[in-house]
Design a protein around this ligand. Structure first.
Ligand code: HEM
Ligand code: HEM
Length: 209
């Protein structure tokens, strides 16, 4: 079992984290302005979103091929399942959100222009109702994604700075080996260290008269 994620996964994780957070802010800035900044923001939002879709597909393929380091054996089963569920949701959002963006513009009849020379083909026929639904879904999923990222970040930091159980390091680039606390198993033949006996009662400081 590897003790860290594959280097390509680690590189993609941190590059994509920056891109995704930037995209969330660009999206919010976009819908908060009707001025000339709108055109420049959407011109960044479309190609960056499609780049995230491509990177997520590559990442998923590498992840399925190379696996993941084990979580600490003493992490409760419910937390292991929650971590797995959250990671699946993060992957779904990384792939689903850009696809919904692309589908939404297709249904609205808008060109999905990435650069002056490259426009993607529509992936849905023009349909005003579908456009409206996908537009709403894109906004709702984006905010759910943001909340999930905040939860993920909080838990990652708790592992890194409170539990210090080596989970944070599995996504890091430090050269030191991932440190997992050893389970406390007594060596055969060596008697277990005993806690000093508690005195039965506090020594009576006042001498008996
Ligand atoms: C847009 C933001 C982020 C996304 C979409 C994201 C997504 C993911 C996913 C899907 C995994 C599972 C590993 C894999 O299969 O690829 C993961 C693991 C991890 N992430 Fe993130 N992440 C984000 C931001 C962050 C941030 C800001 C931190 C820390 C401050 C962080 C720390 C970690 C750590 C320590 C792991 C490995 C431990 C584990 O398995 O939970 N991530 N992340
Ligand atoms: C990970 C990728 C993406 C993220 C995180 C993201 C995020 C966002 C956010 C936060 C908003 C504002 C939501 C609202 O309140 O309604 C938004 C709006 C929008 N996004 Fe995305 N998006 C992504 C990918 C895409 C892609 C690939 C496209 C198109 C190819 C796209 C097209 C749009 C459009 C057209 C709007 C609405 C602009 C408006 O109504 O003025 N998005 N996005």
């Amino acid at each position: 079992m590897p003790d860290r994620f594959h280097p390509a996964i680690r590189l993609l994780h941190w590059t994509m984290a920056l891109l995704i957070v930037a995209m969330l802010f660009v999206g919010v800035a976009m819908i908060s302005t009707a001025g000339p900044a709108y055109a420049s923001l959407i011109a960044v939002h479309r190609p960056l979103g499609i780049a995230i879709l491509l990177l997520a597909a590559i990442r998923l393929a590498v992840r399925l091929a190379t696996g993941a380091p084990p979580l600490p054996a003493d992490l409760p089963r419910v937390q292991q399942r929650a971590a797995r569920g959250a990671h699946i949701l993060l992957y779904l959002a990384m792939i689903g959100l850009p696809l919904i963006g692309w589908a939404m513009l297709s249904a609205g009849g808008y060109p999905v222009r990435l650069t002056a020379a490259l426009t993607l083909p529509p992936i849905l026929p023009q349909d005003a109702l579908a456009y409206g639904l996908l537009r709403q879904a894109h906004g709702l999923i984006a905010f759910a994604f943001f909340a999930l990222i905040l939860g993920h970040l909080t838990i990652a930091l708790i592992h890194g700075f409170v539990h210090r159980d080596g989970v944070f390091e599995t996504m890091g680039f430090a050269r030191t080996p991932v440190r997992r606390p050893e389970p406390q198993v007594p060596e055969p033949g060596v008697p277990e260290a005993q806690e000093p006996d508690e005195p039965d009662a506090e020594p009576d400081e006042t001498p008996a008269s």
